[in-house]
Design a binder for this molecule. Structure first.
Ligand SMILES: Cc1cc2nc3c(=O)[nH]c(=O)nc-3n(C[C@H](O)[C@H](O)[C@H](O)COP(=O)(O)OP(=O)(O)OC[C@H]3O[C@@H](n4cnc5c(N)ncnc54)[C@H](O)[C@@H]3O)c2cc1C
Length: 389
């Protein structure tokens, strides 16, 4: 029986496997990471590449190593030197540099050898721990960390689902099998969304085919440096958050302080420049419904009565807000009476323990870690708690 089984080997699972084996001294043969992808960070990498993001939104201290200075140190050593690129004000690393650091971390600490390829399909309590079923057999562990993230559930509005069912050429930038660079050419593409992903995708597609992309936003550009104020990483904001034991209020705070649908100033400036030079079109409006006409064109009917014609729609509408994990978590909740807040998310203790031997990270830990739980820094905050478990 393992001491630790981490379900999900993306940003969170990989960072936690590093912190537990290297910092907390969990023997390597006592810990495994279960993930459907052979390579670590596969989902993170695919999504980031799809958006064409050049720089991360978060600062350089937010990376997978538990040492906040690791990326800075990496910039000074040979392997990182040639790649080190940052945006000055908050030292936000370039995506390529961030990835190079991840690759170094994984290789240096042999984190890939901790992985088992597979998907958790069932969770059963056994004496002294849990059994996790996969298509290839079962794994047993004293402690299981649920680190599946929310990145497998892109949000599709109803009108978009209807369009897809009607055979329209419509994709979500975060669809499981979608690769933006494989798109065949289009006449007029429409990107739907108002935040950083929509802007980055529109810019990347404009680079692919200048003058053929329209960004449809339902609100004006909202500028914010980060997903939420940096105070949410520290006790400045978290002390009060933790004092409040009402989980509905905690959810309300998380909703209120996350800068949803926003983008940092550099992305907004890039967008404005592309629009002003006529390479990219930007329009405000919200889709009410969509149809495929007799010529096979997509017609998007907006709330203001306008109709947009397009031959390709790309959704950049983020992720579903429902609890991630799907049926496998739903079944465990029902069977073991795992406590939930009204929003459907786990109520866990300070060590992120949901039930003896079951721990959470990422979105599932949000009501305890707070607004940054889904972000990269959330993995470090979670690993800190798990170390004490
Ligand atoms: C385009 C983009 C840019 C972002 N930029 C930033 C940024 O700059 N800064 C920042 O702090 N945050 C950023 N984020 C937010 C966040 O850091 C990332 O989404 C990050 O990938 C979340 O890590 P994760 O481990 O929760 O999810 P992932 O990295 O997606 O990993 C989850 C893994 O769990 C696996 N899994 C799911 N279900 C199961 C199962 N049943 N069994 C086994 N494995 C399973 C998935 O396949 C996946 O491999 C960004 C997000 C996106 C989408």
């Amino acid at each position: 029986m393992l001491d630790w089984l981490i379900i999900g080997g993306g940003v969170h699972g990989t960072a936690i496997s590093h912190a537990l084996t290297v910092r907390a001294g969990v023997p390597r043969d006592r810990l495994r990471v279960l993930d459907p992808y052979h390579k670590p960070l596969a989902r993170w990498t695919a999504l980031a590449v799809n958006t064409g993001m050049e720089f991360l939104r978060s600062p350089l201290a937010h990376q997978l190593h538990f040492d906040p200075f690791s990326l800075r140190f990496f910039a000074q050593i040979q392997q990182g030197k040639s790649l080190a690129r940052f945006i000055p004000q908050y030292s936000r690393p370039s995506f390529d540099f961030f990835q190079a650091h991840c690759a170094w971390l994984i290789e240096h600490y042999h984190l890939d050898t901790l992985r088992i390829t597979g998907r958790a399909e069932r969770l059963d309590r056994i004496h002294n721990g849990w059994r996790v079923e996969t298509a290839d057999g079962s794994l047993e562990a004293r402690r299981v960390v649920l680190a599946m993230g929310a990145t497998e559930q892109p949000y599709w509005p109803t009108w978009a689902i209807n369009l897809r069912n009607a055979g329209a050429r419509i994709h979500h930038i975060f669809d499981m099998d979608f690769v933006r660079e494989n798109l065949l050419s289009w006449s007029q593409a429409t990107i739907i969304g108002g935040g950083i992903t929509a802007a980055q995708t529109a810019l990347a597609m404009t680079d692919q085919q200048p003058g053929t992309v329209k960004l449809l936003m339902r609100h004006p550009v909202r500028i914010a440096h980060f997903d939420s104020d940096p105070c949410w990483v520290t006790s400045i904001c978290l002390t009060q958050f933790h004092q409040d034991r009402d989980f509905d209020r905690r959810r309300a705070i998380i909703k209120q302080v996350r800068n949803r649908g926003s983008m940092p100033p550099d992305v907004a400036a890039h967008l404005e420049k592309a629009v002003q030079s006529g390479f990219l079109y930007q329009q405000s409006g919200e889709v009410e419904n969509g149809f495929v006409d007799e010529q096979g064109q997509i017609q998007l009917h907006l709330l203001n009565g306008e109709v947009l014609k397009t031959d390709l729609v790309i959704l950049a509408t983020g992720f579903e807000s429902m609890r991630p994990g799907g049926a496998f978590i739903d079944d465990a909740i029902n069977e073991y009476d795992l406590p939930l807040a009204a929003c459907g998310y786990p109520i866990v203790d300070e060590l992120l323990c949901w039930s003896p031997g079951i721990y959470v990270s990422g979105p599932l830990a949000e009501l305890e870690i707070g607004p940054v739980s889904r972000n990269i820094i959330g993995s470090r905050l979670a690993a800190e708690r798990l170390r004490s478990a």
